[in-house]
Design a binder for this molecule. Structure first.
Ligand SMILES: *Cc1c(COP(=O)(O)O)cnc(C)c1O
Length: 391
């Protein structure tokens, strides 16, 4: 199984068959498990063996299938599935940190990630230093001997800065800090984050893993002793577990993820190049474009630019006009979905930030985030060009 390529693992890894030998993975929609004897119950609470379950907050066979399949894809020893991407980000950080610890984080973060680092961790006495994630000298200056963890989005939301996982991990490893990467925009398809030095990889499964806008979910991936010794005790007692039904959606999502994400990324590349060549927009930001500041890093770290691009319409008024003129793209705030989605970060996902913070992060009033779906790329490009000419 170790020699299988990602697409084979995505279909077969982690499978657990019941006594009926079903082909498609079963949903074990049960909160608990029956013990044959009182002695067996006692023994299981002392030491839970492989494929033994107690309570769905701790684990469940369908959830275990998802954890094992995504861990195999990512090249991680183990994983703990969570109720949402934010439960995964919070669980990865909070399970390992305590008062007095120091964390270094990239500043360009999804609003809820920023909330955890800026508001939650500091409330419990964790010292957090924010840096420009693309500036290695800034990481080097901020990481101290007592730094316990570093945190960043490998591609930032929504400005699409690409962070050098190998170089930041080298700096962190020198002081024994744990490297925690929110890898949503990189996707499990293009990611080699663990091989490149990350200790812990976190995904919102809500995005490309489900890929069809049905359910919230998340996963924390890493070494077995970290997942079972640090993350699991925290998660199982604080209640952020993934539901078995969600795990089933995610297991089936993983089977088609490679095909979906590659098709979406190919369309994103085509659309970004065409819009840039049109030369009408203030800015087209896509890590797969040669004009992107981290284009070379994107090629070596991921080999593709991902499924999301950002365009600048020039002003909020122009951005709203453009959004309202779109026919195929839906105005929403998910990403990685089969349906193409347009988002105005300033007034939605990043509304909570001050004007100054948004400006510092490059989130201009005209910025629109485009998540490219599975529709025909020519239709999507026509839709965008029509909307752009309407502005
Ligand atoms: C969406 C997202 C999250 C949060 O995931 P949920 O499943 O919505 O909780 C975290 N990080 C990034 C980069 C995201 O895009």
């Amino acid at each position: 199984m170790k020699t299988w390529k990602k697409r084979t693992k995505a279909v077969h890894s982690g499978i657990r068959r019941s006594q009926y030998n079903e082909v498609s993975e079963a949903i074990f929609l049960t909160q608990g498990f029956v013990y044959d004897t009182a002695e067996q119950a006692e023994a299981r609470f002392i030491q839970t063996g492989e494929d033994e379950f107690i309570y769905a907050r701790y684990g469940n066979p369908t959830v275990a299938m998802f954890e094992e399949r995504i861990a195999a894809l990512e090249g991680a020893e183990d994983g703990f599935a969570t109720a949402s991407g934010m439960a995964a980000v919070n669980g990865a950080l909070t399970s390992m940190l305590r008062a007095g610890d120091h964390v270094v984080s990239a500043r360009a973060l999804f609003g809820s990630c920023l909330y955890i680092l800026e508001e939650v961790l500091t409330r419990y006495g964790v010292d957090v230093t924010f840096v420009d994630g693309t500036d290695l000298a800034a990481w080097e200056a901020a990481i101290r001997p007592e730094t316990k963890a570093v945190f960043f989005e490998s591609i930032s939301n929504p400005t699409l800065e690409v962070i050098d996982i190998a170089s930041v991990s080298d700096l962190a490893r020198a002081v024994g800090a744990t490297v925690i990467v929110d890898n949503v925009f990189s996707t499990p398809v293009f990611s080699n984050a663990i091989a490149q030095g990350a200790d812990v990889v976190v995904y919102s499964a809500t995005k490309h893993i489900d890929g069809q806008g049905r359910a919230l979910g998340g996963i924390i991936l890493g070494k077995q002793d970290f997942i079972r010794g640090v993350v699991e005790p925290y998660m199982k007692h604080t209640g952020g577990a993934m539901s078995p039904f969600t795990a089933w959606l995610m297991v089936k999502g993983l089977e088609t993820m490679d095909l979906r994400v590659r098709a979406q990324a190919a369309s994103a590349q085509t659309i970004a190049q065409a819009l840039e060549a049109d030369g009408v927009l203030e800015q087209v930001v896509y890590p797969g474009l040669e004009s992107h500041p981290q284009h070379a890093l994107t090629q070596s770290q991921l080999g593709a630019g991902g499924t999301v691009l950002a365009i600048d319409a020039g002003s909020q008024e122009a951005a709203f006009k453009l959004l309202n003129a779109l026919e195929i793209f839906v105005i929403s705030n998910n990403l990685g979905d089969a349906k193409s989605i347009a988002t105005h970060p300033t007034t939605t996902t990043h509304q909570r930030l001050t004007d100054e913070t948004r400006a510092a992060l490059g989130i201009t009033p005209g910025l629109i985030r485009l998540s490219i779906g599975l529709e025909d790329a020519d239709d999507l490009l026509d839709d965008l060009r029509t909307a752009i000419s309407a502005v």
